[in-house]
Design a protein around this ligand. Structure first.
Ligand SMILES: NC(=O)c1ccc[n+]([C@@H]2O[C@H](COP(=O)([O-])OP(=O)(O)OC[C@H]3O[C@@H](n4cnc5c(N)ncnc54)[C@H](OP(=O)(O)O)[C@@H]3O)[C@@H](O)[C@H]2O)c1
Length: 259
């Protein structure tokens, strides 16, 4: 039996374990994970299904597909936000629904591609799907150096309101007092960080066509994810320690296979 190293979250914390390489079921692909990105607070998400593999932010190479899968093939270079209700991708291999995989932008490293998945989709869906931001409107991004925030700033382009200027949309990635202070300051307030009265809170969803648009922007040099820090798989504990800190600049990455 082939085995692999994987990060597992247990009741008492994170462990690195040796597990069987999973087999893809109908509609699924097996991906050799090169890089997995991490998000603040994500270890609180799977607590009802422990032990669980964290990280839902993948860049890698397809290593096999189930017999019914079309449009995705072995050796494809892919990136994806993977579903939150099943094991994540902080492992040497991950089985994921083939429908969420998109061709990765070749101008970016695997680490940068992983950094672009959950954070880029959160920024896109916050600004355009939930925020309905138009060309002629102004937006303020709260948390603009963070994983989601720095990509929202780039996607908003010239539509950013200067501090103190009126704006049409606030896109919050912080929650707490900064979000409370922003309620009422714009016609629309959208948050990815916290549910509160008077705001539109949302949970990011996998979306292959939006990922392809993010890849197109990256290849056109109009979007570039920032990497705060990179850790090997065996230092997953330190990586999650860094994710929880203030003062980051972009995303924290687990580099699992060399680029
Ligand atoms: N609902 C969803 O689907 C979804 C999706 C993505 C993310 N999230 C959540 O959204 C949040 C942001 O994610 P992220 O990956 O962007 O996090 P991050 O990389 O840690 O960025 C957070 C940003 O918030 C700022 N910040 C944090 N606490 C602050 C405070 N008390 N006052 C002022 N600024 C503060 C940080 O600024 P500094 O530089 O000053 O530290 C940073 O710019 C997390 O809670 C994450 O779990 C939810």
């Amino acid at each position: 039996m082939r085995t692999m190293r994987a990060v597992r979250l247990h009741e008492d914390g994170l462990r690195i374990e040796q597990l069987p390489v999973p087999e893809p079921d109908a509609g699924e692909a097996l991906v050799r994970v090169h890089a997995a990105a991490l998000t603040r607070d994500e270890l609180t998400w799977p607590v009802d299904r422990l032990p669980a593999t964290p990280s839902y932010e993948l860049s890698g190479v397809v290593a096999g597909v189930a017999g019914d899968v079309r449009g995705v093939a072995e050796a494809d270079e892919v990136f994806a936000l993977t579903p939150f209700d099943r094991d994540g991708v902080a492992a040497e291999y991950a089985v994921v629904p083939a429908a969420v995989l998109a061709r990765r932008p070749r101008t970016l490293s695997h680490a940068e591609c992983a950094a672009l998945t959950l954070a880029g989709l959160s920024a896109w869906q916050g600004l355009f799907d939930h925020g309905a931001l138009r060309e002629d409107e102004r937006v303020r991004v709260l948390g603009e150096r963070g994983g989601v925030g720095h990509l929202a700033v780039q996607l908003a382009g010239g539509r950013l309101a200067a501090p103190g200027e009126p704006c049409d949309l606030v896109f919050d990635t912080i929650g707490g007092d900064p979000l409370a202070a922003a309620v009422g300051s714009a016609r629309r307030v959208v948050s990815v960080a916290e549910e509160a009265d008077g705001i539109a809170y949302f949970v990011v969803e996998p979306n292959r066509s939006q990922l392809l648009e993010l890849a197109r922007l990256a290849e056109a040099d109009q979007l570039r994810p920032a990497i705060d820090s990179v850790f090997p798989l065996v230092e997953a504990g330190a990586a999650f320690g860094r994710v929880a800190e203030r003062g980051k600049s972009g995303k924290v990455i687990l580099q699992i296979t060399a680029d």
